[in-house]
Design a protein around this ligand. Sequence first.
Ligand code: MN
Length: 216
Amino acid sequence: MRRRVEADIKAWQARGTVPIMVGGDHSITLPALRALCAAHGPLAVVQIDAHLDLSSAELWGDSFHHGTPFRHAIEERLIADGTLFQVGIRGPRGSESDDALALAHDHQVISPDDLAARGIAAVGASIRERIGNRPTYISFDIDGVDPAFAPGTGTPVPGGLTAREALAFLRALRGVRVVGADLVEYCPMLDHSDITGHLAAHAIWEMLALVAAPRS
Ligand SMILES: [Mn+2]
């Protein structure tokens, strides 16, 4: 899977497109980052997620699954130091070392409470300033949103972003140079009345708008 996704993303990127993937398991992000880093150099990454996804093989005995993509991305130097922004984080950690890895590389972990206290516009402005002109990947794990708004996912965690906060946060990123994005962990089988599907589709639309928006 990883080889195939990486090859596909490389092919789309080479055609001058901005690939946006829809999933499915969050482990698809790692090969996308590998492909885009090969083209652009180390990336900035904005990750909306309940979980850090920085686990190692000590969790579940496997080094490659939906809880580990960003550990590999950091260790493989696919993400530039100080430019991974993990927003919506509140879930249980895989281990105590997860936060340490992010902090050792000067990355930022922003909980839903942080986002509410600081304000979406302020957080967005701070992220945009820190990213500057660096090529940026957005990885939107739908479980970053509260299960009340996004029940259709495999590892729901109460206390997440509202749908409105999530969409406003995406809009607050306007101006960053998006070179790729994904919307992952959507599981239609667990959804109710397509609530999650509607939000996922709208979030993808907002990401397309970020690609289209002129940058100042
Ligand atoms: Mn995730």
